[in-house]
Design a protein around this ligand. Sequence first.
Ligand SMILES: [Zn+2]
Length: 203
Amino acid sequence: MNERPTTAPGSTREASDHYPFKEIEATWREKWDDLELFRQDLSDSDNKFYCLNMYPYPSGDLHVGHGRNYLLGDTLARYSFMQGKKVLAVMGWDAFGLPAENAAIENNTHPETWTKANIEKMKRQFHQWGVGFDWDREISSCDPGYYKWTQWIFLKLFERGLAYRDKAPVNWCPSCNTTLANEQVVRAGVCDRCDTPVERREL
Ligand SMILES: [Zn+2]
């Protein structure tokens, strides 16, 4: 009779004793890389499937919340592959704004250096997870080649009178000298960067 191996409480026995994931996963990662499994040729667009997960903020380390998003997306992409669809799964980075600025100040580095190092690290981690993307199509919102298009679309809205200048109430931190998103006003109305009470201002 085959008995399922068990691990007694307090045992130092590792999961890798049951399932040698280090060897198995490395083997399959290499295989998928060699096959260029996720690189997609778009010239033939029959039976296509586009799989876009939300772009993560490059905070430096993948955590369980990333797992929830991107492993589900990867499962869907692979399921569609196995149904014979031509799957395009892409990845990019939501890499602008105060979090990068704050982290750069904290770590005494330039926001660009910090952001790019984190992107490289998270790419390695995605690869270790076995999550597949067509990395040839990677974008980063802090890249001038990308944000020139967000600026272009803003100008189009402006030309059509859909973007305009007006006064509106904003959250203002008098210490950081900047406006804050609602998410950056924490606890009883203080700035998440410097704990200064946030003011409402007409700007
Ligand atoms: Zn502040």
